[in-house]
Design a protein around this ligand. Structure first.
Ligand SMILES: Nc1ncnc2c1ncn2[C@@H]1O[C@H](COP(=O)(O)OP(=O)(O)OP(=O)(O)O)[C@@H](O)[C@H]1O
Ligand SMILES: [Mg+2]
Length: 371
């Protein structure tokens, strides 16, 4: 183990080339956060402590606060491949576990649509390293969600086309099972949206510390390096909270909010290359006030890190700070006139609209100096 990697969890583990490629590489713009270092220390400290081992984590909080990037950063720190599953409302058990696909004869295959033939062939030829949805994503060039839908269509189609024939079956594990069995970091995005209780139960059993998952073909055991990171936006009125049983399996939780102003500025500088701290200070302050105001008035949209990045970038590119405030931030929160008025009043009462005008003239002055 070398000193650059103080948190590697299984330094002697041999990863394949394909697995190596799944380890996240921190971009220049990545700034390690307090939360990130805390989790690294906690997990490392408890890694060989039996029942006290920490391998199920929850990151709950604001949109854009850096939950996904934190999960990826853990992959870099721990030296483990990163993969994710994005949950959706009508997920079923095959999305958690995987699917059985009959291998249909080539004569029957020839009668199918070309696109379907391509998809099926790719699945039959896959070596089992990739999950079914990944195979389909690559060969069809579609998103993970589309691939999951396509898989269900293909299952139906293959079942219809193998009726009355004795056929061979192949099992395609889900991304979850793959991570579980091979020992990866799995980000489980927004499991709050899942409707089917049976699906939640299946997911829940995948978080059991010493558990196994029952597949139609075998029982797979939890790899000692498997780490589940649940990421979810904090529930607000109208959304479901995280399922209690899932929550109960979690061994470490971070509350992820809009970062502090200085962290916001640091991240935006790294991302956009813009360096005027005075300007960024005002923009960050405005984002913070808008975020608070939107919450206080139950306005649904968010003013967060993403808006801040795009706004900073627009200003860096020469746009008017005041005008782009609307296009990059406010209209993203809401286009309702009454709500916009509330947001403007909050900015006005804190002197931030004046602050923005000062920023505007400062930017102009600098432009004149450089041109
Ligand atoms: N530690 C960090 N250093 C620098 N930039 C970061 C860091 N964390 C997050 N970011 C940037 O902030 C933005 C939002 O981060 P990310 O996608 O991780 O948020 P999230 O909480 O997962 O959002 P969502 O709730 O929408 O899934 C991204 O552009 C990301 O690159
Ligand atoms: Mg995310």
């Amino acid at each position: 183990m070398n000193n650059d990697e103080p948190y590697y969890l299984s330094p002697s583990r041999q990863l394949t080339e394909a697995e190596q490629a799944l380890i996240w590489k921190k971009p220049q713009s990545h700034k390690a956060s307090e939360e990130e270092l805390r989790i690294c220390k906690e997990i490392k400290r408890n890694w060989n402590r039996g029942e006290m081992k920490i391998a199920n984590i929850l990151l709950e909080g604001d949109a854009g606060s850096g939950k996904t990037q934190l999960a990826k950063a853990l992959s870099a720190h721990f030296g483990l491949p990163y993969t994710k599953v994005t949950c959706f409302a009508d997920m079923d058990k095959s999305d958690i576990i995987g699917a059985i696909l009959p291998v249909i004869s080539s004569e029957r295959m020839e009668k199918m649509e070309p696109a379907e033939q391509i998809a099926l062939k790719a699945l039959y030829e896959s070596d089992g390293f990739q999950s079914a949805s990944e195979v389909l994503m690559n060969v069809l060039g579609v998103t993970r969600e589309k691939a999951a839908q396509k898989m269900k269509q293909l299952l139906k189609l293959a079942a219809e086309n193998s009726e009355g024939e004795t056929v061979e079956y192949r099992f395609y594990p889900s991304e979850i099972v793959r991570a579980y069995e091979k020992g990866y970091i799995l980000e489980i995005q927004e499991p709050t949206v899942i409707r089917d209780a049976a699906v939640l139960m299946a997911l829940n059993s995948a978080l059991e510390p010493d558990g196994g998952i029952n597949l139609p073909t075998e029982i797979v055991r939890r790899h000692p390096d498997f780490i589940a990171v649940i990421t979810t936006n904090r529930s607000y009125a109208g959304t479901r909270p995280l399922n209690e049983a899932l929550r109960d399996r979690v061994q470490h939780t971070e509350k992820m909010d809009l970062p502090t102003k200085s962290v916001m500025i640091e991240r935006a500088m790294a991302k956009t290359g813009y360096t005027d701290r005075n300007v960024m200070d005002v923009l960050a302050e405005i984002i913070i006030v808008l975020d608070q105001t939107a919450r206080a008035h139950a306005i649904k949209g968010v003013a967060g890190m993403r808006s801040f990045f795009y706004w900073t970038d627009a200003v860096a590119g020469g746009a008017s700070a005041k005008q782009s405030l609307y296009h990059k931030v406010i209209y993203k929160i809401t286009t309702d006139s009454e709500e916009i008025k509330l947001l403007e009043e909050a900015l006005h009462s804190k002197g931030l609209l004046t602050g923005l005008e000062e920023v505007e003239s400062e930017v102009k002055k600098n432009e004149n100096l450089t041109s």
